[in-house]
Design a protein around this ligand. Structure first.
Ligand code: NAD
Length: 347
């Protein structure tokens, strides 16, 4: 049993990662594509054996309401467009997976959650690491306190972006990408800090860097560093940038052990090492590339069986609130105190 998915947005992530893996999932199948580029949509539809009437444009998107082949949409558009396309999907009576980051403001996330509830439809955020064997193993080790009580988590998510500008690449455009690398790449580190500690931060401090005279950073930040303080006293430190030598790393230091994951949160090629005293163990808990199909299967089953989503809109809202607190701290130079729901105790 499987649900029909309409893919909204035929960019790099949709074409190179998600669409080729839908066939690996048992509980989702491709039912339609939605694209602003008719020629590309026709080529992609033909490659996946979709009939012509399963191709929608952004203008005809709302007509999916009358298409029973489509149970759910998967929104894989630039982040600033997520809200509009998610809200329209709920109006059309469809369930939704929305790519991360959920949206650029917590108010938009709240609107999406409310619309999903009103339509009685599921809303999942495409946080694939929650379905990836290395990260699942790391969560298990943390739950078992395999490193002893947690002391510090450190994450680094960096790459150097090409000579693009806000006009040529949406990732450099504030209206579509927010502050930039944090929402796009650093979010994996923030997420790891939360799912490995199992805690919510009580305080957050951060700084951002936006070099002058670099067209890449006319609208967005080049670099963001942040630190979350947990109720246990453990800390989680995160750096991310579009102007640093490539890094995709998560390390966890407990009182008695040390876990390294590098690369930690990518599509594949994960490596994980557990060090305790003088012993070092290399862990290979599974094939990372099953994360895509596992995520899609979780969504399909949740839709069909009405079960809870592991990475729901509420998680996207939580993370968007944390990002807001990070930018607020960087802007004011103050440490932001947080409520348990990740809202700031003061503006
Ligand atoms: P991309 O630039 O490769 O593709 C974006 C698509 O949106 C293109 O097909 C483009 O034509 C279309 N589009 C529609 N309106 C647009 C507009 N106004 N400006 C620019 N493009 C427009 O981007 P991507 O890497 O596929 O990212 C899409 C979403 O997926 C983002 O939210 C991103 O954060 C997310 N993503 C998630 C992962 C992950 O591992 N979970 C990886 C990459 C991207």
């Amino acid at each position: 049993q499987s649900i029909g998915l309409a893919i909204v947005g035929l960019g790099g992530y949709a074409l190179n990662q998600i669409m080729p893996r839908i066939a690996e999932a048992d509980h989702c199948h491709l039912a339609a594509v939605v694209s602003g580029n008719a020629e590309k949509a026709a080529t992609v539809a033909a490659a996946y054996g979709l009939p012509e009437d399963a191709i929608y444009s952004y203008d005809s998107y709302e007509e999916i309401a009358g298409d029973d082949r489509i149970d759910a949409v998967y929104v894989i558009l630039p982040t600033g467009l997520h809200t509009e396309f998610v809200l329209k999907a709920f109006t059309a009576g469809k369930h939704v997976i929305c790519e991360k980051p959920m949206a650029l403001t917590s108010a938009e996330c709240e609107d999406m959650i409310a619309a999903g509830k009103a339509a009685d439809r599921k809303l999942m955020i495409g946080y694939r690491c929650h379905f990836e064997p290395y990260n699942l193993k790391a969560m298990e080790l943390m739950r078992e306190e395999a490193l002893g009580p947690l002391r510090v988590i450190r994450t680094a998510h960096h790459y150097r972006s090409g000579p693009s500008t806000p006009a040529t690449n949406w990732r450099h455009n504030r209206a579509l990408a927010g502050g930039g690398p944090l929402e796009d790449y650093g979010l994996y580190g923030i997420q790891a800090g939360l799912y490995l500690s199992g805690e919510m931060p009580v305080r957050i401090s951060a700084s951002t860097q936006q070099p002058a005279n670099d067209p890449r950073f006319a609208e967005i930040f080049a670099h963001t560093a942040s630190q979350m303080i947990f109720p246990s006293g453990a800390t989680s430190q995160h750096s991310t940038s579009y102007d640093g030598a490539g890094a995709n790393m998560v390390t966890v230091r407990g009182q008695t052990g040390f876990l390294t994951m590098e690369p930690a949160t990518g599509y594949g090629g994960h490596e994980m090492m557990l060090r305790k005293g003088r012993s070092t163990e290399t862990l290979t808990p599974g094939n990372p590339s099953i994360q895509f199909a596992a995520m899609l299967d979780h969504f399909g089953l949740s839709v069909m069986e009405g079960t809870e989503i592991l990475t729901p809109g509420e998680m996207g809202l939580r993370d968007t609130r944390l990002i807001e607190a990070i930018y607020r701290s960087a802007e004011t130079g103050r440490t932001m105190a947080l409520n348990p729901d990740a809202t700031m105790t003061e503006g």
